[in-house]
Design a protein around this ligand. Structure first.
Ligand code: HAM
Length: 421
């Protein structure tokens, strides 16, 4: 017999995990809606060119991590490795740019990257994504950062570190990259092979290198903050002023460059303690050139995406509890053929009345059915026997204290509703 296993690097999310998932998603959606964000769903796959163009051909995501395939019609398609490119494509294609600006959009769903799996890093993960399109005010960057901070605070997180940087714009970044390359040229024999390669293709990424030998070189490297043009410096200054005004702590991290090419000005990540090497629970920033790059009108944008698997890992590591999912209110137990028929009818009637009902299947003794009521967490067990049926009543047992009463069948739905809401 064939024995199938799930592919490497993906997860099954079992029923006992679902209280975390429901709680986190409900909280995220609540915050987004309250701040005026509307939901946008984009397809799970897009034409490959969208990501190559939008994210950047020399990024790790595009070079190594995309799930790309040719469909039966001969088109090259890719499972989305993130939301932003697809969201901006949809914004342009559906004319959202002619609506009153800014447009605030949130999305939630699976994202695919062929990465080396480890704790907190999967080949399919779930992102909660928010974008503000059509607004260049640093207050929009602030809003995105505050929303994500509120998400974690509301979930009960502790020990989070906000990492913040500005990566400049097409005006000032080239000057900085030239300086960085010059600096590295004089130290080529001291840095790792990866950095030598990155320097040719995507120089900013050298700042992200984890190799031990490269650390002192990165520390002493020129910092982008010293090379920002007047506009970028003023934008960053205002964002920091707002954060200070609100007393929101952050770490200025001149090494933070992010792995996607579309960023301009603000970039940030939130790191959580206690979940190992994959500590970024979200990442985001501004991407003022992306819409134009994808063939749309010039449109500033800023956004963030949070990985839900990592959020849930942190919640577990920090002992944050979540509410249980609702259990059935009522288990319907029955004894004898006639009572079983009546139980089938009653289950249907009670469900139509809006009650959460678990009907006992098969023919079992009362003890076994009551054990099941207990296991399922039912609040009441409704017991139908031939004798009760003949009198038009059901025995109702309160599973919390074991007290038992008889209730007339016609009034049973109302009786139960009054008690379980
Ligand atoms: P990103 O930093 O590539 O940004 O991903 C966002 C978040 O997704 C990460 O901080 C992490 O929590 C989670 N994540 C990423 N890769 C994995 C993985 N392999 N396994 C588990 N979790 C993962 C973006 O995707 C940008 N589109 C964010 C953005 C939106 N920027 C502007 N708007």
């Amino acid at each position: 017999m064939a024995h199938f296993q799930r592919p490497t690097g993906v997860l099954d999310i079992l029923p006992e995990e679902q209280p975390y998932w429901e709680h986190v998603q409900a909280h995220a959606v609540h915050l987004a809606r309250r701040a005026g964000f509307e939901r946008l769903d984009v397809p799970i796959f897009e034409t490959t060119g969208l990501f190559a163009r939008g994210i950047g051909a020399s990024t790790d995501v595009v070079e190594k991590e995309m799930y790309t395939f040719t469909d039966k019609g001969g088109d090259s398609l890719t499972l989305r490795p993130e939301f932003t490119a697809g969201v901006v494509r949809a914004y342009i294609e559906n004319g959202l740019h002619v609506r009153p600006q800014p447009v605030k959009l949130y999305s939630i769903g699976p994202v695919f990257r062929y990465e080396r799996p480890q704790a907190g890093r999967y080949r399919q993960h779930t992102q909660f994504n928010m974008e503000i399109l059509g607004e260049s005010d640093p207050a929009a960057d602030l809003e995105i950062m505050l929303l994500i901070a509120d998400l974690y605070a509301g979930l009960g997180f502790r020990d989070l570190a906000f990492q913040l940087n500005s990566t400049g714009c097409p005006l000032c970044r080239p000057g900085y990259t030239e300086r960085l390359k010059e600096y590295y040229q004089s130290r080529l024999d001291e840095v790792c092979d990866d950095c030598r390669r990155r320097l040719g293709q995507n120089p900013l990424r050298v700042l992200d290198c984890k190799a031990e030998g490269c650390q002192p070189i990165i520390e002493a490297a020129p910092r982008i903050g010293d090379y920002l043009c007047a506009e970028c410096a003023e934008h960053f200054g205002r964002l920091r002023e707002y954060l200070d005004l609100l007393g929101r702590p952050y770490t200025l991290n001149h090494r933070l460059v992010r792995g996607l090419d579309y960023y301009t000005k603000t970039v940030f990540e939130v790191w959580a303690a206690g979940i190992g090497a994959q500590a970024a629970v979200c990442g985001g920033g501004r991407y003022d050139g992306l819409a134009e790059l994808l063939g749309g009108p010039p449109t500033p944008g800023v956004g963030v995406a949070a990985g839900l698997e990592r959020i849930i890992m942190v919640m577990k590591a920090q002992g944050v509890s979540v509410p249980d999912l609702p259990a059935p209110s009522v288990l319907l137990a029955h004894l004898g053929a006639q009572a079983r028929r009546e139980a089938v009818r009653l289950a249907d009637a009670l469900r139509r009345a809006g009650l959460a009902v678990w009907l006992a299947f098969g023919e079992r003794g009362l003890k076994s059915q009551l054990r099941e009521a207990d296991r399922r967490g039912a609040r009441f067990a409704v017991i139908l026997g031939e004798d009760e049926l003949a009198r038009g009543v059901a025995a109702v047992r309160d599973m919390q204290d074991g007290a038992q009463v008889e209730v007339v069948l016609e009034t049973l739905a109302a009786w139960l509703q009054e008690r379980v809401g």
